[in-house]
Write a protein that binds this ligand. Structure first.
Ligand SMILES: [Fe+2]
Length: 410
């Protein structure tokens, strides 16, 4: 078989690794086979077909465009229905210019199906201020304190948060919630992941049970075969549970959900955290290849030990902030979602995942450094470090044993 390589745009674009699958599907289409057999250039605009390939903005690089799928509108619609949206409700779709366009469109279409009245609130993605790349912090600075944006969101029944980082820890959040708006952060994930992690209503009861256990506990202890031994006084900590949707005025949730966590008070966390190969660093969106030992004294990481690339990069990233608060504990907790998969990071290109799924893997322990309002610490530096195989006890009762949820949480 001879191929007509000369000038067909798709053949040039097929040099892109990402585009290969899209090309193959197109080439296998009967209509295209026909043109190829006769070595004709097809009359349809192949490089612009939705869901396949088109030149990037610069024209020099191929990019893959996601295509709207009815099943993804269904998924968004299910989540909005769980949020108890009613026909006629005013809903702000909050996004920024670097938001994932398909999720913004899916939100709008799903709201239309429900008969809600949607309004797009779009802000330009602001200039970077951090000395390093920032990933999945939940602390968007997209709104920049803009009062018209806050007012539009605050006057809505629901805010669908599609900012890149998410508004969970944004400074404008209290003002948005004050008037009774609720906010659902749709994590910056590919809709394929969101579809797979459409919340199971059964999760709500289990997360609420875990929330009560953590809220009522005094001491959390975390151990692992790799050598982790951490003690957290959780008395008076700010506790939160997320099952993936929100119904009450002034409440916040994120999709995907399925975790319980707390922000401990100042001076309550001490011990040793040993991140083993296979554990994850979600700031880097990477599974650890080499062990890292974090020494934690009175909330602060005081040593990052390990000779491999993971320890080296963590030391450098911590140091780049030039801010002691970046070493403090942000939150501790564990995952509750049986649909969340540990290997998820391996299944998506980095730009297609925000790693929320790994925070929610049932029975994983999540340790995070960075901002903690309960302890009065504010910083943009943030590590989310989910770990496998840990045992988590609350006042000596195991809620997670060897990475498995226990009792009524299982
Ligand atoms: Fe976090």
């Amino acid at each position: 078989m001879r191929w007509h390589f000369s000038a067909h745009p798709l053949l040039i674009l097929s040099l892109s690794k990402d585009g290969f699958e899209g090309n193959r599907r197109l080439y296998q289409a009967p209509r295209f086979q026909e043109y190829r057999r006769h070595r004709l250039r097809p009359p349809f605009p192949t490089a612009r077909l939705p869901g396949i390939l088109s030149p990037g903005r610069t024209g020099s690089k191929a990019v893959r465009h996601d295509r709207i799928e009815g099943k993804w509108i269904d998924a968004f619609q299910r989540v909005f229905a769980l949020c108890e949206l009613r026909a006629g409700d005013a809903v702000a779709i909050l996004s920024e210019t670097q938001s994932r366009p398909i999720n913004v469109q899916l939100a709008e279409l799903a709201l239309h199906r429900l008969g809600a009245r949607a309004v797009h609130v779009i802000v330009p993605t602001p200039q970077q201020r951090a000395p390093v790349a920032v990933r999945s912090t939940g602390a968007s600075d997209a709104v920049q304190g803009l009062k018209p944006v806050i007012a539009a969101c605050a006057a809505s029944t629901l805010v669908v948060d599609l900012t890149v980082e998410g508004m969970l820890h944004a400074p404008e959040l209290p003002a948005i919630l004050e008037g009774g708006a609720r906010l659902l952060m749709v994590s910056n994930e590919h809709p394929e992941a969101l579809e797979r992690l459409t919340p199971d209503p059964a999760l709500e009861g289990k997360v609420k049970a875990a929330y009560r256990m953590l809220r009522d506990a005094t001491e959390m202890r975390v151990t692992s075969p790799a050598g982790t031994d951490l003690a957290v006084n959780v008395d008076g900590a700010l506790t939160a549970g997320v099952w993936g949707w929100c119904t009450k005025p002034g409440s916040v949730a994120h999709w995907p959900g399925g975790l319980v966590l707390c922000f401990p008070k100042a001076g309550t966390v001490n011990g040793r955290l040993v991140l083993a190969p296979g554990d994850a660093n979600l700031t880097f969106k990477r599974y650890l290849a080499t062990p890292v030992t974090l020494t934690v004294e009175n909330d602060y990481v005081t040593a990052v030990d390990g000779g491999g690339p993971d320890a080296i990069m963590m030391r450098d990233y911590f140091a780049a902030w030039g801010d002691r608060e970046a070493y403090g504990v942000s939150h501790v907790g564990w995952g509750m979602n049986p649909a969340a998969r540990w290997e998820a990071l391996e299944m998506y290109d980095k730009r297609d995942t925000n790693g929320t799924e790994l925070r929610a893997v049932a029975g994983s322990f999540l340790y995070s450094t960075g901002a903690n309002e309960t302890a009065g610490r504010h910083t943009l530096g943030h590590f989310d470090l989910p770990m496998r195989g840990c045992t988590v006890t609350l006042d000596d009762a195991a809620v997670v044993r060897d990475g498995a949820l226990q009792g009524e949480l299982a």
